[in-house]
Write a protein that binds this ligand. Structure first.
Ligand code: ADP
Ligand code: MG
Length: 268
């Protein structure tokens, strides 16, 4: 995970992503970085740009992780969004080029999931048959927990001590994106870290999205994408992925789930 972080993080001086952000010419990246970019761009196009790997400047502008987080001006948001979108990254094999020199790539919506997938592959190589790997809400549940599938409690997005639903899985990724871990409040409005690329503001349609899929990277990207799209368009996106199921808590606190979700649900 640390090795991948050194390739994929925008906070590491020598990472592929930092070099890409600083560089204007064509750049050769590691095959892992190319793999994450490929998957990210796929979900970006499938979600009509709701999932967007080019929001690095916008993320920096909002600075949600700093103590001085505040609402940026409309002009600053417009500047940070200029030239963003999937078409701004040209990927060919391991060569990447930016369509716009200022563009800052940010893999925050997919890289952690990819890291978990790779960790699972390492464990399998060593003959591990049962494991639960959790990178802050991006989980993979390998095999069984002793004699039955793994049981995962999904956190209630507004009550930290409450479980919303419990699911039962084996050899699956379970990934949740929510507005309740990283945010600040201003005038009764919540400002969190999942941005709608259309407005440059935090997306308003959901409180949390949980995705169950085979791959953690895909589940990670889709959780972010569905969160940004909101339940209606979000479920339309999930229909393109027949093996993927999702649970959404919308902005009013209503729960929605995809057709096959029930097969994972543990009924109390
Ligand atoms: P978490 O980091 O809380 O697990 P996510 O996987 O949903 O949650 O990723 C959130 C991160 O994704 C943000 O911190 C930012 O780096 C990035 N991001 C924010 N908005 C978008 C978006 N519309 N498309 C792709 N990535 C995004
Ligand atoms: Mg994500």
């Amino acid at each position: 995970l640390e090795r991948l972080d050194h390739l994929l993080s925008s906070h590491r001086a020598e990472s592929d992503i930092t070099r890409l952000s600083q560089n204007q010419a064509e750049l050769r990246v590691s095959n892992e970085t190319a793999e994450v970019l490929t998957l990210g761009l796929e979900v970006a196009y499938a979600s009509a740009g709701a999932f967007d790997l080019t929001l690095g400047r916008l993320k920096e502008l909002w600075a949600l992780d700093s103590f001085s987080a505040q609402i940026p001006s409309a002009t600053a948001v417009a500047t940070a969004l200029a030239g963003t979108g999937p078409q701004a990254i040209k990927l060919s094999g391991q060569s990447v080029r930016k369509a716009q020199p200022e563009l800052q790539v940010d893999l925050g919506g997919v890289a952690k999931g990819y890291g978990v997938d790779r960790a699972v592959a390492v464990l399998k190589e060593y003959g591990v048959t049962s494991a639960a790997i959790n990178a802050g809400g991006d989980m993979y549940l390998l095999g069984q927990q002793q004699t039955r599938p793994w049981r995962i409690g999904i956190q209630h997005p507004r009550r930290a001590d409450a479980v919303l639903e419990t699911v039962q899985v084996s050899d699956r990724a379970v990934v949740t994106s929510g507005d309740y871990e990283r945010f600040f409040e201003h005038d009764g409005q919540r400002y969190h870290h999942l941005f709608d690329p259309k407005s440059g503001f935090p997306a308003r349609g959901c409180r949390s999205v949980t995705i169950i899929a085979d791959s953690v990277a895909l589940a990670d990207a889709l959780a972010t994408a569905v969160f940004v799209l909101g339940p209606k368009d979000g479920f339309k996106l999930l229909q393109k992925y027949p093996e993927v199921e999702g649970l959404v808590v919308d902005a009013q606190g209503q729960r929605h789930c995809s057709q096959g979700w029930g097969k994972y649900l543990v009924t109390p």
